[in-house]
Every structure is written in C-alpha cells, then in structure tokens.
Design a protein. Sequence first.
Length: 104
Amino acid sequence: MAQAPQTQVKYQYVDRLEVAETFADFVNRIQFDGQTLRLEFCVTRIEDQPASEGPRATRYPACRLVLSAAAAVDLMNKMQQITASLIKAGVLKADQPTPPTNLA
C-alpha cells in the first residue's frame, strides 16, 4: 500500500516581546537522559572582600532550560555553525588533528 507524500510544515515565527532575556556567564550542568537535554545556566557574583583575603565569588542559577531531543540536535547543529563562523573570523582556532601514534 502506497503512502501519501508528507507535506513540509511551514513555521511562522511570532516574536513575544514580554519574554524576558536571561543573562548567564557560566554553564553549571548539562545532562541528557535519552529524551531531554537539561541545561543549567548560572550567574557569578563577586563579593566585597578585604584585599588581604582575596576575591570570593558565588554562582547562582539564572535559568534551567529543558529541550526535547529534536531541539537539542537543532541546538548542536546551530552551535557547530557558530563555531565554524568564529573559526573563519579568526576568533577561535580550529583543533589541529593529532597524528596517529605508532602502535607497533
């Protein structure tokens, strides 16, 4: 029995200006359970300390983001595109392949 061809879904993006932007300066945890990718983003606060004690900082969770497996794959693909653009712009250096070691 022949299957009907699937039509491509066309998505329309609608911006919602009321959605707040969250700042983070550290990724504390990434966990994949087979179904969802969980990311925890943190913000670092430097505490006032006497100069003799040296600086001390505390990290606080700023956002916990949970993505479906499909969204996680989409995120990885987009991060690879950004990485390639940063390498091309000279902001990042590409990893040099390591030569194989002689096992004999």
